[in-house]
Design a protein around this ligand. Structure first.
Ligand code: PGA
Length: 247
């Protein structure tokens, strides 16, 4: 089995102003001084903070993630932000297919596939999010739903760097976390799929997301199938983000 460095990614969603984001980074960098972290840290602030935070994070090893991107490369698409623009301001990764994009903004599999491809051809790394709803889990469809999301979203992917995030929709922002056992068995399924599709499927980090917090991080990260966490609410505070990173 390939050895994969664990990743702790914070998704700030539509929270934190520029001043608050800069304050977060300053606190984080101060706390990290002199510490050897064995995990890679990523942060996904709003577009408007990327440029300033990239300057603040330069040389720290902290990677920046955009929360969304356009599927087109350039042109008359008012309100959209291209991958080249994100790269230009220092983003290295892009979240694609977060359940809030799927549910609230109606982003469907074929659009997400185009976004994944835009990210890869633009030279950034997609963090492709998948996850089932509560109804789907209760109906015994969780595995099928997640594999189908992967099959569609990654259908045309060339050999590339990729991160997958498994985020059961019923666990996002609800305080309800998947048990380590649930996370483990879904991650195993996802890994099997990736290995069956891609010669490099063993190298893809698979993160868990959904009410990850300092209290449950160690237990989740102790599962060998869980290569890291995608953290929403608990990433808004540098202290709890750091507690997770060091769990
Ligand atoms: P949460 O969000 O940690 O607040 O549940 C996770 C996510 O949406 O990425």
């Amino acid at each position: 089995m390939a050895v994969i460095e664990q990743i702790i990614a914070g998704n700030w969603k539509m929270n934190l102003t520029l001043t608050q984001g800069q304050g977060f980074i300053d606190t984080l960098l101060t706390r990290l001084k002199g510490k050897e972290l064995s995990r890679k840290l990523l942060l996904a602030p709003n577009f408007t903070l990327l440029s300033a935070l990239a300057q603040r994070c330069a040389g720290s090893g902290i990677g920046l993630v955009a929360q969304n991107c356009a599927f087109q490369a350039a042109g008359a698409f008012t309100g959209e932000t291209s991958v080249a623009m994100l790269k230009d301001v220092g983003a290295e990764y892009v979240l694609v297919g977060h359940s809030e994009r799927r549910q609230i903004f109606g982003e469907r599999d074929d659009l997400l596939r185009q976004k994944v491809n835009a990210v890869v051809s633009g030279g950034l790394i997609p963090i492709f999010c998948v996850g089932e709803s509560l109804d789907q889990r209760q109906g015994g469809e969780a595995f099928d739903v997640v594999i189908s999301q992967l099959r569609c979203g990654l259908a045309e992917l060339p050999d590339s760097q990729l991160i997958v995030a498994y985020e059961p929709v019923w666990a996002i922002g609800t305080g309800r976390t998947a048990t380590p056992e649930d996370a483990r068995s879904m991650h195993l399924h996802i890994r099997e799929f990736l290995v069956s599709q891609f010669s490099w499927g063993e190298r893809v980090p698979i993160l868990y997301g959904g009410s990850a917090k300092p209290e449950n991080a160690a237990e989740l990260l102790a599962q060998p199938e869980v290569n890291g966490l995608l953290v929403g609410g608990a990433s808004l505070n540098p202290e709890s983000f750091l507690q997770i990173a060091m769990a």
